[in-house]
Design a protein around this ligand. Structure first.
Ligand code: SF4
Ligand code: SF4
Length: 405
């Protein structure tokens, strides 16, 4: 494909994809985003770069081409990590362009495989999800799981201890897969919040799923339906705390997704747990953290920034702030927040490419020579763990430090 080095003129009216024309033609094809794109780093193909994908959106939107296999492949291989957005000097809103393009393609050409649609439907039914997860956990113990399930956490819980609300100062969003597979992270998060003297109300089954995975797959109608459910299920003015970077990013964008005053007001209440805690570190009980002259966790801990915390929410710095008092040595990876390859359902849809992207991340982790990695996103943690990385959520580490201290 020919890539020009200047900004093309935007057509006066929206085209086939219905994209915002100012956004679509704000790319000047400078290529400064290319080194920050994980798929371009792996393949070196321009159609696997942000610049190439935007050029394809333009010709498709202008009706100069039909939806070819090459275009579908270029879009399907985008992890939607949005590393290109933070690297772009022109603030091209790549994520919004890709999400809108995928929704149109999904609506007109039915690209999403049936098994993914079934899985995305299942996760919106919490009881069914928990029942299915327990069955999978049992099959895991009996070594009956087919290789396709290799990416899920080792020894998933068969039974789950109940979480209990302790009041209603803040909401804690519990979500879908994280609640079924990684409830320990919720227990740890609730413990840390309550150690600041704040009571927790759990979102529970009334707000079953944030819809982030649906948006990622181009299933916009389902994503909006789920967003509406979440907004209705968590009324009031109290903060909505989220310990999954992907869910938090999605919920912070409900205002844009639903375009209502109610949704905008809701999004303004959503906070990533780390940005919330960073403002309250000194209220942590039982002991004031300043009394910890020696951090209780004596490990070299590497921080992996989930893309939706770093590139979308921009709150990754808070993870370091809240861990600092508790960990003897915190290290950053040297890859400028490159994606780990998980990307919603990306690792299941594009296993080969995802694994090659993860190899780059694992190489960065190995260079950091850490004892442990922390990740504030369940999808990243699961995918890294499946690649042999010792990883946990920052809240689990802080809860452990509070228990030990
Ligand atoms: S997306 Fe931004 S950084 Fe990338 S080529 Fe376009 S203008 Fe340049
Ligand atoms: S969202 Fe990520 S994978 Fe997609 S073009 Fe941007 S940097 Fe590359």
């Amino acid at each position: 494909m020919k890539i020009s080095g200047s900004k093309p003129d935007a057509p006066a009216v929206a085209g086939v994809l219905g994209l915002d024309q100012t956004d679509l033609y704000s790319c000047v094809a400078c290529g400064l985003c290319l080194p920050h794109c994980p798929t371009y780093r792996v393949t070196g193909a321009d159609t696997h770069s942000p610049r190439g994908r935007i050029a394809l959106m333009q010709v498709l939107d202008e009706g100069k081409t039909s939806l070819t296999t090459e275009i579908v492949e270029a879009f399907d291989t985008c992890i939607q990590c949005r590393g290109c957005e933070t690297a772009c000097p022109g603030d091209v809103p790549f994520g919004a362009l890709m999400e809108a393009s995928k929704e149109v393609i999904e609506t007109t050409d039915r690209q999403t495989p049936w098994w993914l649609k079934t899985a995305l439907r299942t996760i919106t039914y919490p009881r069914l999800l928990r029942f299915g997860s327990s069955a999978v956990a049992l099959a895991q113990r009996l070594r009956l799981l087919p290789p396709a399930f290799r990416g899920i956490p080792q020894r998933m819980p068969i039974n789950r201890q109940q979480l209990q609300s302790s009041g209603d100062d803040v909401w804690l969003f519990t979500g879908c897969v994280m609640d079924a597979w990684q409830r320990n992270t919720h227990f740890a998060t609730q413990q840390v919040i309550e150690a600041t003297g704040i009571s927790v109300r759990l979102s529970g089954d009334g707000a079953p799923c944030c819809g982030a995975l649906h948006t990622h797959a181009g299933l916009g109608r389902q994503a909006r339906k789920l967003a509406n459910r979440v907004v209705s299920a968590l009324p009031g003015d109290n903060p909505v705390l989220v310990n999954s970077a992907g869910c938090g990013a999605a919920m912070k964008s409900y205002g844009t997704l639903l375009n209502t005053a109610e949704a905008r007001a809701f999004s303004a209440r959503v906070l990533d747990i780390h940005e919330w805690l960073a403002e309250r570190l000194n209220s942590l009980k039982p002991s004031n953290i300043a009394e910890h002259r020696q951090p209780p966790i004596k490990k070299r801990v590497a921080v992996q920034d989930p893309c939706h915390l770093r590139h979308v929410q921009g709150t990754h710095g808070a993870v370091r702030e809240v861990l600092q008092p508790f960990v003897s040595e915190l290290v950053d990876l040297d890859d400028d927040g490159m994606c780990c390859g998980a990307g919603g359902a990306f690792s299941a849809l594009q296993p080969q490419l995802a694994a090659e992207v993860r190899n780059l991340k694992i190489a960065a982790i190995n260079r950091a020579n850490a004892d442990l990695v922390v990740s504030a996103n369940p999808g990243c943690a699961m995918y890294l763990a499946a690649g042999g990385v010792d990883v946990c959520h920052p809240m689990e580490l802080i809860a452990q430090a509070l228990n030990d201290g």
